[in-house]
Design a protein around this ligand. Sequence first.
Ligand code: SF4
Length: 374
Amino acid sequence: MRAECRQASTLLHPDAGHVLSFDREGRLYTFYDDGILYKRALDSSLHWRRRENGGPRERGVLSREEARKVYQKVQHFVERGVRELDPDCSERFRREVLPWTPERLLAEKERFDAVYQPIAILPPDQYFSVVVQATEGCTWNKCTFCSFYQGRPFRAKTPEQLKEHALAVREFLGKQLLLRKSVFLGDGNALALSRSRLLPIFEVVREVFPGYPIYSFVDLYTGERHDPADWGELRQLGLKRVYVGMETGLDELLAFLNKPGSAAELTEFVHELKTAGVAVGLIVMVGVGGREYAERHAEATIDALAQMPLDDGDLVYLSPFVEHPESQYARDRQKAGLHPMNSEEVEAELQRLALQIRALGTRAARYDIREFIY
Ligand code: SF4
């Protein structure tokens, strides 16, 4: 039995097959259990992942009862740690970790729900951010493939509501803030608000989370269009990078997805952002449009990216497309006679695109929305 008492986390290594990590509040963070990796989300849902014998990666989310059993197992390891570790480390476990019984961990769901509306998605490099929901929902909400904010009308918090929310977030995270290094302004399109509404939002964030760089999603066709001077002002206030759902550089396919805009407009928008010193993260869906669109989708996307002033501070995320059977996209695809790519085809396409994007001098990374956790 071994432990590491770090400044921002505590680790327990009971044996070669198990590793547990905890935040400085003492709440479980991750648990490696003989080939299965569990990650606890802030609402105490437990996400698992494993890969057996080099096969495909499997993943899922446990039911509350299943999670309770895993938390009981964690508790046994912690009790052993308190008994067997040297006094310095065992004291930290006794004080911080031991009070988190399975019941208390599961009750974090109620605390989470009091602070947050459901958090639908984040870019992968922001899973460790502090989400501040300045707005709720998405300003557009009509892309045929997207179910992130369905049934949730777009609304913006007033500065007073936002301050109350941000303080509640800070209180809820407690010392887990030591693990989180940025603020992500949610939900779908917070930066679509006018400059006069955004400035107080940035002020609140800077007051409650001083020194944290700020990240957010944005699109180029709904809400207020900011000019480069506005973007420069937001950058001065801490805005570091914005993430845009590009999806594809092929305008015909974008229209099929009922997403407004065009590759030319996006290119111009990226120029404006970069001129203002704001970095971009562009998200491309690999496999959308099926086999029939694959070649033209890839070609047009690389052509569009090549027109943008991207550098190594920017990111292109390649996201394997996940079709929801109940979505409008699924109905439209069948009607159009498009054939979905299988997972091997999508992975091969993803690798091919990643190489082409890196050859343009920018970073490309995989973005699997099924692995999102906050
Ligand atoms: S703009 Fe983004 S969040 Fe909104 S509906 Fe489209 S894909 Fe979904």
